[in-house]
Design a protein around this ligand. Structure first.
Ligand code: ZN
Length: 409
């Protein structure tokens, strides 16, 4: 089995974290000066590793192998959320780089192809999973024209031009080129850390459904309107929210999660009864049937609330992503490697966060491996994983990749 160099991997991770360093984390939004510098640094490391690096018209960095044998594509992303962690995305990309080096140095794997991708804007500063979706042929030029930065409003075209990427062609996936796609990532939850586990084999990536619930009441004077005749949209919203907390636990699966991310009262003044109230509501699960059941439950609650009055409730779907199962054979290979390197200290689990692997799962076999996030913290500069766990994860990931490629050869 190829042996990874743990010290070299950690040194590269620490170096990459210097681009946009913020406290103990990183602030490196897509296409910023720091982000583009990080991409160029990555291309230099790929070239040193014997890969042929390229950056495409959307900022994705791809390191191609010259090997003609069966190939695996490994990757993740290098941009970060604002003021966020040093491992989210970066670790998966640098695992790919380290494994490409380890494979090239080992006689038993030298003929096996490892290619590495850093998919642009997975974090969705402009469009979630932009790089992987573009690579898989799921994003049109018209969509690119219409896309703007969610925070600043800057157009994607303008950002690409500033980054020197305008007019460059976009790389496209050739499904026949690869045995499949593998991605390693920090868990970002606390299942592994709280369970004293070292590795997580991802069974699938959750589907996410987001809704707005709008409550229509009657705006009026907060002093002169008798309680009995009020149509208070704020009260209707709070009652509905309580009903969710009562009903959902009866229909959810063991890992379903649901969140009210925003509540607004209109007009939102101390002496005015809210005439309108709105909540942004989201749930996630890995099973399609469970998602359907949760949606039916929500619809039923809306019907009941409308029958009861006095406020009218409106339910609108904002977005829906389907859950994506990871390849069974890849799960088995990852689990066998996990058992070799961390006997009994691994588990299978769904990913509650979105990842580039969900895009690839629609086109080629895909698999994911998690390492523990200390205290389950992510999307914050304090995000961390012990160096021992990072190195262990990379060695197990390398073994799984070797097993998958040897089987294909
Ligand atoms: Zn990530």
């Amino acid at each position: 089995m190829p042996e990874i160099n743990g010290a070299r991997l950690i040194a590269d991770l620490r170096r990459l974290a210097e681009f946009g360093k913020y406290k103990t984390g990183v602030h490196r939004p897509t296409y910023t000066t720091e982000d583009m510098a990080a991409r160029r640094w990555l291309m230099d490391r790929m070239a040193e590793a014997g890969l042929e690096p390229a950056i495409d018209g959307i900022g994705t960095v791809l390191g191609r192998t010259k090997s003609r044998g069966p190939r695996l594509l490994l990757g993740s992303h290098v941009e970060t959320q604002p003021y966020s962690g040093w491992l989210d995305g970066a670790m998966g990309v640098l695992y790919g780089l380290e494994i490409a080096r380890a494979f090239a140095a080992d006689k038993t794997t030298a003929g096996l192809g490892i290619e590495v991708g850093a998919w642009a804007d997975e974090e969705g500063h402009y469009l979630s999973l932009l790089g992987s979706r573009s690579f898989c042929g799921e994003v049109t030029e018209q969509q690119l024209d219409a896309t703007r930065n969610a925070q600043t409003g800057k157009s994607l075209r303008e950002a690409l031009a500033e980054a020197g990427l305008a007019g460059k062609p976009r790389e496209r996936l050739d499904p026949k080129r690869y045995v499949g796609y593998l991605e390693a990532h920090v868990e970002q939850g606390d299942t592994l850390d709280s369970g004293g586990l070292k590795l997580g084999i991802v069974t699938g990536i959750v589907g996410i459904q987001t809704y707005t619930l709008t409550f229509h009441g009657q705006q009026n004077h907060a002093g002169t309107t008798r309680m009995a005749v009020r149509k208070d949209a704020g009260v209707a919203l709070v009652k509905f929210s309580n009903m969710i907390e009562e009903r959902f636990p009866k229909v959810v699966g063991p890992r379903s999660v649901w969140t009210t991310g925003r509540i607004t009262l209109d007009p939102g003044a101390p002496s005015v009864i809210p005439g309108k109230a709105e909540m942004l509501f989201q749930f996630r699960d890995v099973e399609p049937e469970r998602l359907m059941l949760l949606e039916r439950t929500l619809e039923q609650m809306v019907a009941e609330a409308n029958a009861r009055g006095p406020c009218r409730v409106e339910l609108k779907l904002v977005s829906r992503t389907a859950p994506h199962a990871m390849d069974k054979g890849f799960q088995d290979a990852l689990e066998a490697a996990a058992e070799r390197h961390a006997p009994k200290l691994h588990t299978r689990l769904p990913s509650a966060a979105g990842h580039d692997a969900q895009t690839f799962a629609r086109h080629i076999p895909a698999g994911m491996l998690f390492v523990p996030s200390i205290a389950g913290v992510s999307h914050h500069y304090s995000e961390d994983t012990s160096e021992d766990d990072i190195v262990l994860g990379c060695q197990a990931f390398a073994d799984a990749a070797a097993a998958i490629l040897k089987k294909a050869a």
